[in-house]
Design a protein around this ligand. Structure first.
Ligand code: DC
Length: 226
């Protein structure tokens, strides 16, 4: 695992990190782990089956039934009890649920192994809240995304409408604010930039500009490691 390059991308909800991670994965032909889908899966399954997350056994039972399947587009699909649940995970409600279950130590610890198993040649783009601080502290390059709340809410609102999901801008803004607070304030692995992360404010930047900037930083990090 030590020699496989990892780019860790953390940041606020809807700050543009997933779009950029996908572009980076395409460009570098690296796998793309969106670790948020793991917490979303636990949130979804927890809601569905009312499993007690204070019980270590309950959490282990959920996680032992989750499989990550690499797909042709270099992303991972989530299977629960061999059923593909990926498409059920993207609503704002499940995002909030994910933020709640992500506060449990047992959940975070048990998900480490699944996340580490995604490190595969030729490399990994790891996206989430604690990729650079906790899950992949030795990542070759660490980026931390921020963006104005208003801009993030508008982006998310448009994304939902474009996917034919009904959306209310005011509620999206509130949910994002609640999620930021719960992610930053939690005791275990709170959302924060790693000391060696490069901070990018994506509020007024086009995706291609951000992509070029990160590719440039990656080239420099490669040259430094030679
Ligand atoms: O990236 P996302 O919006 O899909 O993440 C959903 C929630 O999951 C987020 O609000 C907090 C949690 N999460 C986390 O705690 N750690 C991660 N590495 C990724 C997500």
């Amino acid at each position: 695992m030590n020699n496989i390059p990892i780019i860790a991308i953390d940041g606020l909800a809807s700050s543009g990190k997933s779009s950029i991670s996908k572009l980076l994965s395409k460009k570098l032909k690296f796998y793309f782990l969106d670790s948020g889908i793991l917490y979303r899966s636990i949130g979804y399954i927890h809601k569905l089956e009312s499993i007690d997350l204070n019980s270590e056994k309950g959490v282990k039972d959920i996680i032992s039934n989750i499989t990550l399947l690499p797909s042709k587009n270099l992303q991972f699909q989530v299977l629960y009890k061999n059923k593909d649940i990926t498409n059920f995970l993207y609503s704002e409600e499940i995002g909030l649920q994910a933020s709640i279950v992500s506060q449990y130590q047992s959940v975070r610890e048990s998900l480490l192994f699944l996340q580490h198993s995604c490190v595969q040649n030729p490399g990994l783009i790891a996206n989430g809240r604690d990729m650079g601080t906790k899950v992949f502290p030795n990542a070759k390059l660490k980026i931390y995304f921020i963006a104005d709340l208003e801009i993030r809410a508008n982006r998310r609102h448009k994304q939902l409408l474009d996917s034919d999901v009904s959306s209310d801008l005011g509620s999206i803004k509130k949910m994002l604010r609640d999620r930021d607070n719960s992610d930053k304030d939690r005791i275990i692995s709170p959302l924060k930039a790693a000391d060696d992360a490069i901070i990018i404010d994506s509020s007024n930047l086009k995706p291609d500009t951000v992509l070029d900037k990160i590719l440039e930083l990656y080239k420099i990090s490669e040259a430094c490691n030679k």
